[in-house]
Write a protein that binds this ligand. Structure first.
Ligand SMILES: Cc1cc2nc3c(=O)[nH]c(=O)nc-3n(C[C@H](O)[C@H](O)[C@H](O)COP(=O)(O)OP(=O)(O)OC[C@H]3O[C@@H](n4cnc5c(N)ncnc54)[C@H](O)[C@@H]3O)c2cc1C
Length: 362
């Protein structure tokens, strides 16, 4: 594909939760929005995969709600039966029952990726354009034209396509966003660059296993052992997203995943199988296994605010789960904060700032 499309108001790099939330809200505000994602589908780390006759979440497993702002969205998703409460906490694998900690754990009907598809359809229905399979390789600042103080941005994709936009929103993990900026020679202030470089992520090795026979994980079908090598094991059938086959998801802990990240698939699967065995019936058999590697799985060092707006001549935003709060809720709040800032500036421009205050919860 070699094409240059009409200029848009906002180009969003990354159609994970952050980008999708920002895109849907901005489209609702009448902005012409394009979302570009290198993945085959939208969702990023909201990832669900078919394996044999079954289905498994292999990125985010569930989410919690701590802020009223995100809670209002989740209530709408629950009312539409997109999201349901899976549990109130997880066993650590011991016989003791884990006391609920007051935070419901939510999951998505059909798998976590279905939430991304829902948001993508919502954004598209409001006029946003979404391109998947598009890897953005560089963004370049365009020279100011005429009386305009800002020239906007040009985004270049690996396949030769390009887009121009007044505002760019970068939602990929910070190291990936920084690489895209470096390729286009975008100048950031030293403090902006170091704020972005300070955001760190832990990797995660994920194993998916199809099982013939009974699996006996504690209710409601998952266990969490933060200090063990394999820190999470979940039964996607009991979760309700894999009615036709038993598929287990296993996640290596951050240290274990970092140590074994480059190990061959067979070695990773074999080590994980050993950890699954205690939860399988004597005659149960693992008939299929596959590995998924997440280099940037969970942020371990965050930017304090839910977004960063660079002091570039044209508006340039950074967001995602590395900003403000981690995980699904943090990514959503970051997208909402960016959308609110862009929509607000469209009507009453304010000077740029490298950090912003959290938007007030409604
Ligand atoms: C294994 C694992 C388990 C997790 N478990 C949980 C959990 O149980 N609960 C929870 O709350 N959170 C969990 N998380 C974290 C949660 O998934 C993330 O916080 C959230 O999904 C991040 O959303 P995001 O939009 O910030 O980033 P992402 O989902 O990573 O989206 C960024 C997007 O940018 C795209 N992109 C990157 N580079 C380019 C490029 N050059 N061009 C175009 N597109 C590009 C990517 O394809 C991606 O779609 C987990 C994550 C992983 C990996």
């Amino acid at each position: 594909m070699k094409m240059q499309t009409q200029p848009v108001d906002v180009a969003i790099v990354g159609a994970g939760l952050c980008g999708l939330m920002a895109g849907a809200v901005l489209a609702e505000h009448g902005q012409r929005v394009v979302l570009l994602d290198k993945g085959r589908s939208v969702g990023g780390r909201l990832a669900t995969r078919r394996i044999g006759a079954g289905r498994a979440d292999h990125g985010a497993q569930f989410f919690t709600v701590r802020s009223p702002r995100f809670g209002a969205w989740v209530e709408r998703w629950r009312a539409a039966d997109i999201v349901y409460q899976w549990g109130t906490g997880w066993s650590d694998g011991s016989l003791a029952t884990t006391a609920p900690d007051g935070h419901p754990r939510y999951a998505v009907r059909g798998g976590m990726n279905a939430l991304a598809k829902h948001l993508a359809a919502q954004g598209a229905g409001l006029g946003a354009t979404i391109h998947t399979g598009v890897r953005v390789t560089a963004i370049e600042a365009l020279p100011a034209q005429g009386a305009s103080a800002t020239g906007g941005w040009k985004l270049l994709a690996e396949d030769g396509a390009s887009w121009t936009a007044r505002t760019v929103v970068m939602t990929a993990p910070a190291p990936q966003s920084l690489a895209i900026l470096a390729a286009g020679g975008v100048d950031l202030l030293a403090e902006e660059r170091s704020a972005l470089e300070a955001i760190q992520y832990a990797p995660c090795l994920c194993g998916l296993f199809t099982v013939h026979g009974a699996v006996r994980l504690p209710a409601p079908g998952a266990l969490q052992q933060p200090d063990a090598d394999i820190s999470w094991i979940a039964d996607n059938q009991r979760k309700g997203i894999s009615p036709d086959a038993t598929v287990l998801t296993a996640h290596g802990s951050p240290p274990w995943s970092a140590t074994h990240y480059a190990a061959p698939d067979d070695a990773v699967l074999s080590r994980m199988k050993t950890n699954l065995n205690p939860w399988l019936d004597q005659d149960a058999v693992i008939v299929m296994g596959e590995v998924k590697r997440w280099r940037y799985a969970i942020p371990t060092a965050l930017h304090a605010e839910p977004m960063l707006r660079a002091c570039t001549p044209s508006p340039l935003y950074f967001g995602g789960d590395g900003f403000g709060a981690p995980r699904v809720e943090g990514a959503a709040l970051s997208g909402l904060a960016i959308a609110a800032d862009i929509a607000g500036r469209a009507t009453s421009p304010t000077p740029c700032a490298t950090t912003t205050i959290h938007p007030t919860d409604k």
